[in-house]
Design a binder for this molecule. Structure first.
Ligand code: NIG
Ligand code: FE
Length: 422
């Protein structure tokens, strides 16, 4: 058995309630233990307390402790928070697309770039040419980067294959990442990200290919937990989304939908109707969508403020979502086209600055609620007894709000995954 004792924690953010996800006003609260210690046993959170409480002596000097291999870590007054959970990324991709970044500066919109054969199809062409090994190496570099920035669980989508063999190639890379990293990884099949090059002008046939060939193959090979569709203007319709979600459900894959990004195009309605786990983007969502989401408690609205920032688009109405009593998750959308960053601390800052979330709301949205949007909040997303010990230590700060306030400072100092330092 291995133990790690973190001492001299200035502020320890703990979860005494163990809720699956937080809604509305509950999002504005984080329980803090000041001047604390935290004990991790066998990679899971075991106990915590205050440095001046006698219990610490029992823990350190108890027989139990002496028999075990124990590591003591000095937090030097820094805060300890649960690792970020990033419930929406496309971080397996072949090469960056900074050329399109410059096109955007010159005035082209994201949709115009896509119509000219850039965007997702450009990434699909490059992915087709790239070996599985090279794809894996590139993606592992990004995993290393987000791990150092405090992410401890991540969802990764396919969707740059756009034909059966390349979609499967992407999902095999995601599977290999799962086996090669200590952060938690979940996989989502996104064959319906765009119509593949060979099927241009034959969208119906491409949707049939997804339903009749791709989904059964992904299902048989157990390559994805979830299924996604880019349900938006110029991409897939709500009817097509509905058919794809039904086909995925037969293989046990729950929906995580791209909806209401570019236009009010029915994404929330179809997500709610199918009991999707999350509906993401929401930059163009309406008040009616908020009412629809309130009819059930299954589908977690997820905002991706990094996309609005990078594309210079409106931000999702996150304040309204929370004020309506709904849960909200935050994720990065890390991808080469609309969000070339997986920095969740920056996402938390953007949510505060651009969507008027309180720091506590943004942190909860990027931890416990984002874990719920991957259906893993039983084990991840907060410092609760028995959960996997993924957490980070920050520089010394007086208040948690310093974290989003200091939006480019390297405040995340040390990262621990399953109780061990990264
Ligand atoms: O979530 N919206 C759809 N897909 C991605 C962008 C993918 C790309 O441009 O490569 C997104 O923003
Ligand atoms: Fe996305």
């Amino acid at each position: 058995m291995k133990k790690t004792l973190i001492k001299n924690i200035g502020m320890l953010a703990v979860d005494n309630h163990g809720q699956h996800c937080l809604c509305g006003q509950d999002m504005s609260h984080i329980d803090i233990v000041k001047d604390a210690w935290l004990l991790v046993e066998d990679g899971r959170f075991k106990e915590w307390g205050s440095m001046d409480d006698d219990h610490l002596d029992d823990i350190v000097n108890g027989d139990n402790m002496r028999e075990m291999e124990t590591l003591s870590v000095d937090a030097e007054g820094g805060a300890v928070l649960p690792s970020f959970c990033d419930s929406h990324t496309h971080l397996v991709y072949a090469d960056s697309r900074e050329g399109e970044f410059v096109d955007k500066i010159r005035g082209l919109s994201y949709e115009e770039i896509a119509r000219r054969g850039g965007g997702i199809l450009n990434s699909a062409d490059r992915l087709h040419e790239m070996s599985e090994e090279e794809l894996f190496e590139q993606a592992m570099g990004r995993i290393d980067e987000i791990t150092r920035k405090g992410t401890g669980a991540v969802e990764i989508k396919s969707g740059y294959g756009l034909n059966t063999s390349d979609e499967l190639k992407m999902l095999r890379v995601i599977k290999r990442i799962k086996e090669s990293t200590r952060i938690k990884v979940v996989a989502t099949f996104l064959g319906a990200h765009a119509v593949g090059r060979e099927y241009q002008g034959r969208q119906d046939e491409y949707v049939d290919l997804i339903i009749n060939e791709m989904i059964p193959e992904v299902g048989k090979q157990h390559l994805a937990e979830f299924i996604d569709v880019f349900c938006d203007r110029g991409f897939f319709t709500p009817d097509e989304t509905s058919r794809i979600l039904e086909a995925g459900a037969k293989w046990g894959m729950r929906g995580k939908i791209h909806g209401q990004e570019l236009a009010d195009s029915g994404g929330v309605e179809v997500a709610v109707r199918h009991g999707a786990l999350s509906v993401d983007h929401l930059e163009s969502m309406t008040d009616n969508d908020i009412s629809l989401l309130k009819t059930q408690t299954i589908t977690i609205p997820t905002a991706l403020p990094g996309t609005s920032f990078f594309l210079n688009m409106p931000f999702a109405p996150a304040r309204k979502i929370i004020d309506a009593g709904l849960p909200l998750a935050l994720a990065s959308d890390y991808n080469p086209g609309s969000t070339p960053s997986g920095d969740m601390k920056f996402i938390v800052s953007l949510a505060c600055i651009k969507m008027r979330l309180l720091p506590e709301e943004a942190i909860n949205a990027a931890t416990i609620n984002s874990a719920a949007a991957m259906d893993i909040s039983k084990d991840y997303g907060s410092i609760a007894r028995g959960k996997v010990a993924n957490f980070f230590i920050t520089t010394k700060m007086k208040d948690l709000s310093f974290l989003p306030y200091s939006y480019t400072s390297p405040t995340i100092k040390r990262v621990f995954l399953r109780g061990e330092e990264y």
